[in-house]
Ligand binder design. Structure first.
Ligand code: NAD
Ligand code: ZN
Length: 250
C-alpha cells in the first residue's frame, strides 16, 4: 500500500488539471449509504420501483418513491463532508483542481467549500425540487415540510403537476449540457481521479473512460474492483477517505 500511496502523490505532483470523478462511495463515510454495497439502498428497496416512467404514471409508486427519497434526504442534510471531501478542497486550494464531476446528489462537495463553478452534478441534486409540468422550482425543505405534515404525493401549487427532486432517476434523460461539459472537462484534464464509484452506471462511467482515452492519467480509489481498472494507470483498493487523505497530504 505504501508504494501505491507514493505513486498517487507523484501523479498529483505532476498534474496541473485534475478532474475528480466521484460516486456514492465517497459519501458512505459521511453516513450516506451507497446503492450497491451490503446495507446500501438496493438491499432495502427494489430499484424497479423507482423507474422514471413508473414514478410519473403511478401514484402508489410516487408515494413509495417520496418515502425512500425523504429518508435519504434526511441522511444527506445530517451528513458532513469527510476527510476525502476535504482533501479535494485542498486540491482546489493549491490550484490543481480543474473540475469535479459527481454522480452524487448530496451537496457535500459544495459543503466542503469547493467552488460551485467547478462542480458538475451529472445526476442532479436532491436539494431542490421541480414541477414536471410547468417547471416551477421549490426549495427541498419546503416540500419536506409538506411531507412531514402528511402529504404523501406533493403536487405543484401553480398547476397541480407532479413534483420531483432535481435528481436523475433510472430511465430519465441525463442533462445533455452537463454531460457535454463533463466530457469536455475529461478531455481537457491531465489526471482523472475516480473516488468511490462502481463505474457500472452509464453514461456516467463514460466520463473517466473518455479522460483515459484522451491521454489523461487515470487513478481509481475504490474498495472493490471496477470494470475500468484495466484502463487505469493506478488502482488503490481501500477506504476512500483514508487513502485520499494519505495521497493528498499537504
Ligand atoms: P455505487 O453504489 O454503484 O458504487 C459505490 C462504490 O463505492 C462501490 O464500488 C463500493 O465498493 C465503493 N465504496 C463504498 N464505500 C466506500 C468507501 N468508504 N471507500 C472506498 N470505496 C467505497 O455508486 P455509484 O457508482 O455512485 O453509482 C450509483 C448512483 O447512485 C449514482 O448515480 C448516484 O447518483 C446515486 N447515489 C448517490 C448517493 C449520494 O449522493 N451520496 C448515494 C446513493 C446513490
Ligand atoms: Zn407546476
Amino acid at each position: 500500500m505504501g508504494s501505491l500511496i507514493e505513486d498517487g502523490r507523484k501523479f498529483i505532483e505532476d498534474a496541473d488539471r485534475i478532474m475528480v470523478f466521484s460516486g456514492a462511495g465517497l459519501s458512505t463515510e459521511s453516513g450516506i449509504p451507497d446503492f450497491r454495497s451490503p446495507g446500501g439502498l438496493w438491499s432495502k428497496y427494489d430499484p424497479a420501483d423507482f423507474y422514471f416512467d413508473k414514478i410519473i404514471s403511478d401514484k402508489d409508486a410516487r408515494v413509495k418513491y417520496w418515502k425512500m427519497s425523504s429518508e435519504s434526504y434526511k441522511l444527506m442534510t445530517a451528513a458532513k463532508p469527510n476527510a476525502a471531501h476535504m482533501a479535494i478542497k485542498k486540491l482546489e486550494n493549491i490550484g490543481k483542481l480543474f473540475c469535479i464531476v459527481t454522480q452524487n446528489i448530496d451537496n457535500l462537495h459544495h459543503r466542503a467549500g469547493n467552488s460551485p463553478e467547478k462542480i458538475i452534478e451529472i445526476h442532479g441534486t436532491a436539494f431542490s425540487v421541480s414541477c414536471l409540468k410547468c417547471g416551477k422550482k421549490y426549495n427541498r425543505d419546503d416540500i419536506e415540510k409538506m411531507i412531514d405534515s402528511g402529504i404523501k404525493d406533493p403536487l405543484c401549487d401553480e398547476c397541480s403537476g407532479i413534483l420531483k427532486p432535481d435528481t436523475i432517476s433510472f430511465g430519465q434523460a441525463m442533462p445533455e449540457d452537463k454531460m457535454a461539459e463533463a466530457i469536455q472537462c475529461a478531455g481537457d484534464s491531465d489526471l482523472c481521479i475516480v473516488l468511490g464509484s462502481s463505474l457500472v452506471v452509464y453514461p456516467a462511467a463514460s466520463v473517466p473512460a473518455h479522460a483515459a482515452k484522451s491521454g489523461s492519467k487515470l487513478m481509481i480509489i475504490n474498495r472493490e474492483e471496477t470494470p475500468l481498472d484495466s484502463l487505469a494507470d493506478l488502482v488503490i483498493h481501500g477506504s476512500v477517505s483514508h487513502v485520499l487523505s494519505e495521497v493528498v497530504r499537504l
